[in-house]
Design a protein around this ligand. Structure first.
Ligand code: GLY
Ligand code: MN
Ligand code: MN
Length: 435
C-alpha cells in the first residue's frame, strides 16, 4: 500500500512547482448513476487519488503553497451514522487529517462559504476547467467577484492555469512503491490469464472465460482495470470488442486483453492462444511474427531511446513478416513508406501505464517523440489483425487477430518486464494448455 507519507510528498512536490501565491484545486470524481438509484461502482479521479489516496466522492482538495511548505486542505463528507449504515464508513473530516495527513479538513457543505476565503489574495489558480461545469461556473464567478472588488481593496487571481501538465509529468515517472503496486497488479493479471488458458476448451463461451478472469481479479481483491476483451476467432479483429458472448470454436484463436487494478494501479496484458490448445501451421506463422516484433521492441525500451523508435522497431519486424507470408505484396521500403502495414497493424505499439490504463504524460516534446527515461512504465503491444473481409489477403489469414501485450518499466539497461509470469512462446502455451 502507498503510505500517507508518499501522498504528502507528492502534494509537497506539486506545491513547490506551483509556488507561493498559487492555489491548487483538485476535485474528486462524481458518482455516476447507472439507472434509477443504482450507481456505477465508484472510481476516484486518478489525479485526486495520486495526491491523496482518498477514495470517497464529494470531496475537493485545496493546496496552498507557501514559501516554505504549504497547507493541504480537504473538503469532504462528514461522518453520518445513518448514511454509513447504507453506504459504509466515511473518513469524515477527522479521518481526513488523522488517516490521510491533510493539515485541515472541513465538511464539503461548507465549501462554498470557505473556498473563496482561501482564494483571496492569491495570484493564480491551478485547476482543470472543463470536467465539472457547475464548479467551473462557481470558480469563475468568485474570481469575477474578486476582480470587481479588487479595484478597491482586494488583490485578485487573474489566471486559471491548467493543472494537468505539471501533475501529469509527475505521474509519468513512477516511484519504487508505485512500481511495486504495478508489479502486484501484473501478478494478478498473470494468474487470470494462466487460469483462462488452462480452462479454455472448444464449445465454451467467451463469457465463461470472462468470468474466470473476474474470478481471479476479485478473489485477489482487485478489480478489472478496464473491461476485459475476450475475442474468439474474428472477434479478435475488433480492437475494443467487449461483448464477450460468442461461442469459442475449435481451430480458432482466442485473444484476451485483461488487466487488474491494484491500489489504483493498472496492468494491461494481452495473450492470444489456440482455443483447442494446439496452434495450426498458419496460426504459428502469424504468431511468431507478432512475438518477434514484441521481443525486439521490448529490447529497444531503455533510457535514451525515443518512444517512437520502439514503435518503429515493432512495425518493421511485423511488416517484414507480413511480406514473407504474402499478406502485404510490396517491398519493405514501400510498405513502410506508404504505410501499407496500417491495414493490419492498426494501433500504436504501446502507451504509458499507471493509475490510468492509458496513462497521462506527453508522447512528444517540442514536436519530437519523447525520449524514454527511467521510471516510465509503458505497454508494448504489437498486433496484426486480418479482418474477415480483407479480400485482398489469402483466405488462410482472414479473421485472424493476434496481439501480445506486456508491461515494462524503463531502466538504464534492459527494460524490466512486469508481466513475465504468463507464457508467451508457442511451446510454453501449448504445454500449459495440455497440462
Ligand atoms: N486494453 C487496452 C489497450 O491495450 O490499450
Ligand atoms: Mn490491453
Ligand atoms: Mn494497452
Amino acid at each position: 500500500m502507498i503510505k500517507q507519507k508518499e501522498y504528502a510528498k507528492r502534494r509537497q512536490q506539486l506545491m513547490e512547482f506551483a509556488g507561493a501565491g498559487s492555489v491548487i484545486i483538485v476535485r474528486a470524481a462524481s458518482e455516476k448513476i447507472r439507472n434509477r438509484d443504482a450507481a456505477y461502482p465508484y472510481r476516484q479521479d486518478s489525479d485526486f487519488l495520486y495526491l491523496s489516496g482518498f477514495s470517497e466522492p464529494e470531496a475537493i482538495m485545496v493546496l496552498v503553497p507557501e514559501d516554505k511548505g504549504g497547507q493541504s486542505i480537504l473538503f469532504c463528507r462528514e461522518r453520518d451514522k445513518l448514511r454509513e449504515m447504507w453506504d459504509g464508513e466515511r473518513a469524515g473530516t477527522e479521518g481526513a487529517v488523522a488517516e490521510y495527513g491533510f493539515d485541515e479538513a472541513f465538511p464539503i457543505t461548507e465549501m462554498k462559504q470557505r473556498l473563496p476565503d482561501l482564494l483571496h489574495g492569491c495570484e493564480r489558480v491551478y485547476y482543470d476547467l472543463g470536467k465539472a461545469p457547475d464548479f467551473d461556473q462557481l470558480l469563475i464567478g468568485w474570481l469575477n467577484d474578486f476582480r470587481a472588488k479588487s479595484r478597491k481593496k482586494f488583490s485578485a487571481p487573474d489566471e486559471i492555469i491548467a493543472l494537468d501538465h505539471s501533475l501529469h509529468e509527475m505521474r509519468l515517472f513512477k516511484s519504487r512503491t508505485e512500481i511495486t503496486a504495478m508489479r502486484k497488479s501484473a501478478r494478478v493479471a498473470e494468474a487470470a490469464h494462466r487460469r483462462a488458458m488452462q480452462v479454455c476448451k472448444p464449445g465454451m463461451n467467451e463469457a465463461e472465460i470472462h468470468a474466470e478472469l473476474l474470478h481471479t481479479f476479485i478473489s485477489n481483491q482487485c478489480e478489472a482495470s478496464y473491461m476485459p476483451i475476450v475475442g474468439g476467432g474474428a472477434n479478435a479483429c475488433v480492437l475494443h470488442y467487449i461483448s464477450n458472448c460468442d461461442p469459442l470454436n475449435d481451430g480458432e484463436l482466442l485473444l484476451i486483453d485483461a488487466g487488474a487494478e491494484y491500489d489504483g494501479y493498472a496492468s494491461d496484458i494481452t495473450r492470444t492462444f489456440p482455443i483447442n490448445g494446439k496452434f495450426s501451421g498458419p496460426q504459428k506463422d502469424l504468431y511468431e511474427i507478432v512475438l518477434a516484433a514484441q521481443l525486439k521492441a521490448i529490447g529497444e525500451v531503455r533510457e535514451g531511446n525515443a518512444w517512437e523508435h520502439v514503435h518503429e522497431t515493432a512495425v518493421r519486424v511485423a511488416t517484414e513478416g507480413m511480406i514473407e507470408l504474402g499478406i502485404i505484396r510490396t517491398s519493405l521500403e514501400e510498405a513502410l513508406e506508404e504505410e501499407h502495414f496500417k491495414d493490419y497493424y492498426v494501433h500504436n505499439t504501446g502507451h504509458w501505464l499507471g493509475l490510468d490504463v492509458h496513462d497521462v504524460g506527453e508522447y512528444e516534446v517540442d514536436g519530437h517523440s519523447r525520449v524514454l527515461e527511467r521510471g516510465m512504465v509503458l505497454t508494448v503491444e504489437p498486433g496484426i489483425y486480418i479482418p474477415p473481409k480483407a479480400m485482398s489477403v489469402d483466405e488462410t489469414w482472414r479473421g485472424m487477430g493476434i496481439r501480445i501485450e506486456d508491461n515494462v518499466v524503463v531502466t538504464r539497461d534492459d527494460a524490466e518486464v512486469l508481466s513475465t509470469g504468463i507464457c508467451k512462446t508457442i511451446d510454453e502455451i501449448e504445454a500449459l494448455m495440455a497440462s
